[in-house]
Design a protein around this ligand. Sequence first.
Ligand SMILES: *Cc1c(COP(=O)(O)O)cnc(C)c1O
Length: 963
Amino acid sequence: MAQPRSPSLRDLEYHGAFIDRHIGPNDAEIGAMLNVLGHDSLDAMTDAIVPASIRSPKALALPAAMTEVEALARIRAIADKNQVFRNFIGQGYYGTHTPNVILRNVLENPAWYTAYTPYQAEISQGRMEALINFQTMVADLTGMDISNASLLDEATAAAEAMALARRSAKAKSKVFFVSSGVHPQTIEVLRTRADGIGIEVVVGDDADAAGTDCFGVLLQYPNTFGQVNDYKALADAVHARGGLVSVATDLLALTVIASPGSWGADIVVGNSQRFGVPFGFGGPHAAYMACRDAYKRSMPGRLIGVSVDVEGKPAYRLTLQTREQHIRREKATSNICTAQVLLAVMASMYAVYHGPEGLERIARRTHRLAAILAASLRHAGATVGPDFFDTLHVVGIDAPAVHAAAAKASINLRTIDASSVGISLDETSTREDVIALAALFNAHITDIDALDGKIADALPAGLLRDTPYLQHPVFNTHHSEHELLRYLRGLADKDLALDRTMIPLGSCTMKLNATAEMIPVTWPEFANIHPLAPANQATGYKQLIDELEAMLVECTGYDSVSLQPNSGAQGEYAGLLAIREYHRSRGEGHRDVCLIPESAHGTNPASAQMCGMEVVVTRCDANGNVDVADIRAKAEKYSQRLAALMITYPSTHGVFEEDVVEICDVVHQHGGQVYTDGANMNALVGVARPGKWGSDVSHLNLHKTFCIPHGGGGPGVGPCAVKSHLAPFLPRAFGEEGKGGMVSAASFGSASILPISWMYITLMGTSGLRKATQVALLNANYIAKRLEAHYDTLYTGRNGLVAHECILDLRPLKDATGIGAEDVAKRLIDFGFHAPTLSFPVAGTLMVEPTESESQHELDRFIDAMIQIRDEIRAVEEGKLDREDNPLKHAPHTATQVTASEWKHAYPRELAAFPLESLRQQKYWSPVARVDNVYGDKNVFCSCVPLEAFKGEIEAFSEPNVA
Ligand SMILES: *Cc1c(COP(=O)(O)O)cnc(C)c1O
């Protein structure tokens, strides 16, 4: 009778399946790697690395792992709770058609979305070209000399403009005058940012601006109610007082109205969202800042410039890096780090695809629809102002009745007051929309084309655009889908992203961005919700946000989370503001000293100074650990003024400091709060929780630990997590009461990418998250161990083990051979690898963070490359390779160099191109040779390169960039 037992359905339904897809090594490999380290199990290894004093006693209270099918079905049901209405709300967000070729080949393409910030210039030429196009587009349309490569949103860009004006203006007033025609969310963020740094924001009518003593003004053009005002005289008056003129504007409108540069603007900001990037309930979208040449060296954010490579050929690189917070630290003027690169690429490609004529046609068509609607509303007795582009402020009406009728027709209008509404038209608007909108006001359009024939444009005659824009060939070539497809493919092929190789960047956690996590982002139920849509249309978003907040509370051990900050640095700022407001609420507003160890990430001191805090730097000991004695001494010294300690845990040196609990106690004893920078949470999730060991607040980087891709330098999400006593001071939502000010333009920041992190946590469940952390620790220690005989590892922690990253010290080799960390980084390109983090946190070192997602095969490939490189360095040491003319100093090698008839080097071509046999099967060729950093900073040129330059006439772009 006894039959062999068949496996049951339950056996065969493997619910943890995703965990094994996310985590690189399989269990056999994990066993083998543990063996190399001399541990029996992941738990034993974890106990050896993580101090008992911080380890969580119990597992996370999260659901068990789900399969991809199950998780997608659950999030589908959540998405279906959102209702997609036709949106005419405007207020900075407009409907747009994402060209499908861009949707699939940029937004949904890992070659673009898994790329890292282009610090390694040679392997980032494709995305930097896209960003140069973005900068050119913005500079052309705004009429400014130079533009940066994106900022987080229009409101924070306006705040950066305010800070730039403060630094640069001759006028010494502390007042910043903001027009009441500026978008209200921008005014909110300006008020937050001005508080505590000695700036007074005065909001008033345009007419009062000229008479106000101020260091600068902010105008909106067209303004938030749609009016296009002539600000020339006002700009002259502000200049006469020594103030600067900042203008928030709309790129589509600028294709038909005069650029702010033409009438006197000094700084121009805005949002490129309507160039092909969906609403996404508020973000992410690429904002921008452009300015006059005079201010370029103080401009915040990243700036792509054109330099040359060692062959003298044009090559892109990040320029003017000295402005960055990484270098300037507490003297930094902005904390911006992660920005919105992927969205900037999308917007730039929208312009490349449509070209100047296409953009103008979209703008004119949008304007025609607005003009027709305005005429019919006036005919029906409503009042609509005279000069507009796409937005009508309809006054003298029964607004509640109109909104009620609109809701019945699944239409959203902007709420303003009881007797007026706002209507913004856009690229997606149709004749049917205009007819339906008119009907809401009892205006009945019978023949819209006949009406069209009778109605004139409503653009102000004195402000029509008469200067050309987007004349560069790149905006006039790729207009067919084939052309754009191949242009995109060609650019992506120049770059190394996670779709080709591990990116072992320390502190950046370049882990898998799983396809299933990405899929919901472009669903219309998430993509097409306006951030100011009525709450009852966004109940799916509410559920998603509530659930994600609860998951993050559980992972961190804090009590409340705000998802509003749209980068890690913004999360730092929000957390420090919460600390400041907490002290103020207890009558201790004088507490203004922030202790920050010297090993901290540059955004930490930058964020502290933006809150008006004084940064006091504390020392690290010889092992790179924070010096507890120094913290104790400085906490004592500044006891009366101590506001906070900011500490990164595990430390930027890849070590779990033993004393962290004691450090928290010391700070609390002196009345301070503990801020733990959570960028390294990938070493903690499921193992230890900062909220439980004494820390008061952390930001997380969802674009590191929780799988949102880096996008080439953004988007990101930097949730701020706090203990309950700080919760009342978290950022408030737009239009809500609350003690914390808004830190981003949208209530939930970059809401449309939150599904990625929700999916990750749901797919991994309690056990998967813990295992991911443990394998992240394992992978880092495996690399450190296998490279031990070849390189020095700086700063190992307990039991000779590192945390989730390790620092390889190249300084001894540099002294002996002249080969430094940068040469190794560039040589790795010849092996098809993205370099580890170069010279941070310690100059002359490489910081390696493999993450849990890299398989043993990929780790071994990297280790083999590093060992071969060590052999090459040894050959230099032993005189077998020349000290100057060796493959390290000349890396990376391009195909052009290696195939040239003349080979000038003292080492063979084969060694240059194929240092390992395996490279003959698969080879990445760097499109440019090593890029000259100094040239690019001396000759700042930040827009599209004239084609002649590629033919050898380098001088063509060495002139200052003047529009
Ligand atoms: C990445 C990082 C930050 C900043 O995050 P952004 O999202 O780039 O603003 C802050 N601290 C540490 C330790 C980081 O690694």
